[in-house]
Ligand binder design. Structure first.
Ligand code: GDP
Ligand code: MG
Length: 442
């Protein structure tokens, strides 16, 4: 019986569809996952609504539970929402390309400036950094040190000068040096005091002077619920072209990533995942979606099932089952499909209502599958296609037993099981006429 169940997942015959009813509970879980990942509430609401509308009516892949299927849909939507693909940095046609960094204090702007310079240097671009945080002398020193570390020149003009003026001088210097890119670090404000008008005005001035190709908002991945408001403010006030998410090496599931794109329409381009200068990489929406949902296992399972269960295969199989033509070749194919999907215990764990199967039962099932395979392997192609031949001929069964080193009784059992399976599968498909079990002639 364990074998039946294992096989049935491979062609979960009642083709399920996601309905308003069967998504209620999984949607609640997904909502919780998003909130735990610190996606802001309005964003969660809009997202859940949109995905629910879209999910209803979608078919469920064979061998997959509706809730697992739903998670996959949600993940795909999250990926789409975050831009789908990696968003590359933009370069201007005329040298130098200017990148302006903005953001609250402590989010990692200065670190990112130097990281980005190193990143671009590795792409073969020459860079220059401009130290624009005039409020903290230490910030200038910090950038100078980091610049040295990554081997990129830093333009610093002290603290008694307006950022816009530094920008002007720095840009002139960059033109003189004929560098490909200029990256300007700016001052942030304490989160607690929020974003003040003076800071925004200053940034606006800097932006006017630099006419940057990229205005990247640096966002701490732990920003949480405030991310949406933060991004909106910066985008409305100065206009951003994208964002960099920092401190992704921390515990945060990074829900801020979702808010960025949702409220500004601008993509996250890069992520920082550590304090080292090398810890900057492109932003991959698919990885981020998995992280936000925190349901990596389910996702990879559904994808695997999808891969293995080629739709055509499944449909052909269905036809065979309907016409009671399911033979030993199909049998072998299905057991191998199960094997391809991963260890049996894992596969079983995913089948609804099968959580109570014990490891001993699984070992038993695996053994019986192997036993069956060894008998099928010695059958002639004709016998595999027409199991009736074996049902009708004790000689043939004797030969299979001998060649596979099993008993005649075991072979008889296997043949009987195949016919039982035909009936059970037919019944499961809702074809209630069923079929009678052939008795073995002796
Ligand atoms: P700024 O005030 O925005 O310029 O922030 P800083 O660049 O000075 O960074 C503030 C702190 O965050 C520093 O201690 C950095 O080392 C740290 N930091 C920046 N980026 C990352 C990151 O991706 N991961 C971790 N773990 N720490 C980071
Ligand atoms: Mg700084």
């Amino acid at each position: 019986i364990a074998l039946f169940l294992i096989l049935f997942i491979a062609f979960d015959v009642e083709r399920e569809v996601l309905t308003k009813e069967n998504i209620v509970e999984p949607m609640r879980d997904i909502r919780r996952a998003l909130l735990e990942a610190d996606v802001s509430l309005p964003v969660v609401r809009r997202f859940i609504q949109a995905v629910s509308d879209q999910a209803v009516g979608t078919g469920v892949i064979r061998g997959v539970r509706p809730d697992q299927q739903l998670v996959k849909i949600v993940r795909d939507e999250l990926v789409k929402l975050m831009g789908g693909e990696v968003s590359e940095l933009l370069f201007s046609n005329t040298k130098p390309t200017v990148i302006l960094l903005a953001g609250l204090q402590g989010v990692g702007k200065t670190t990112v400036s130097a990281k980005l310079a190193l990143y671009l240097k590795k792409l073969g671009k020459s860079c220059m950094l401009i130290a624009g945080d005039v409020y903290r002398p230490a910030a200038i020193d910090q950038l100078v040190i980091l610049g040295e570390q990554v081997g990129v020149p830093v333009y610093a003009a002290g603290t008694d000068i307006k950022p816009a003026e530094i920008a002007r001088q720095g840009l002139a210097e960059a033109r003189k040096k004929n560098v490909d890119l200029v990256i300007m670090d700016t001052a942030g404000r304490l989160q607690a005091r929020l974003i003040d008008k003076a800071m925004m005005d200053e940034l606006k001035e800097v932006k006017k002077v630099l006419n940057p190709t990229e205005v990247l908002l640096v966002v701490d991945a732990m920003t949480g619920q405030e991310a949406a408001a933060l991004v909106t403010t910066f985008n409305v006030e100065i206009g951003i072209t994208g964002a960099i998410l920092t401190k992704l090496d921390g515990d945060s599931r990074g829900g801020a990533a979702l808010s960025v794109k949702e409220v500004s329409g601008k993509p996250i381009k890069l992520v920082g995942r550590g304090e080292r200068m090398e810890d900057l990489e492109p932003f991959y929406p698919d990885r981020m979606a998995g992280r936000i949902l925190g349901m990596g296992d389910v996702l990879s399972f559904v994808e695997k099932a999808q891969e293995v269960m080629q739709q055509e295969d499944a449909e052909e199989l269905q036809k065979k089952i309907m016409s009671a033509k399911f033979d030993f070749n199909d049998f072998l194919k299905q057991t191998r499909t199960v094997a391809q999907m991963g260890s049996m215990s894992r596969v079983i764990g995913m089948i609804p209502g099968m959580a109570k199967v014990t490891p001993a039962q699984i070992r038993e099932a695996e053994k019986s599958l192997q036993l069956m395979e060894s008998m099928i392997e010695v059958m002639t192609p004709e016998e595999r296609e027409k199991p009736e031949l074996l049902a009708e001929s004790p000689e043939r069964r004797k030969r299979v037993a001998k060649e596979s080193g099993k008993t005649e009784q075991q072979v008889s059992q296997l043949v009987a099981q195949l016919f039982q399976m035909r009936v059970r599968m037919k019944n499961l498909m809702g074809v209630m006429e069923g079929g009678s079990l052939p008795t073995l002639s002796n």
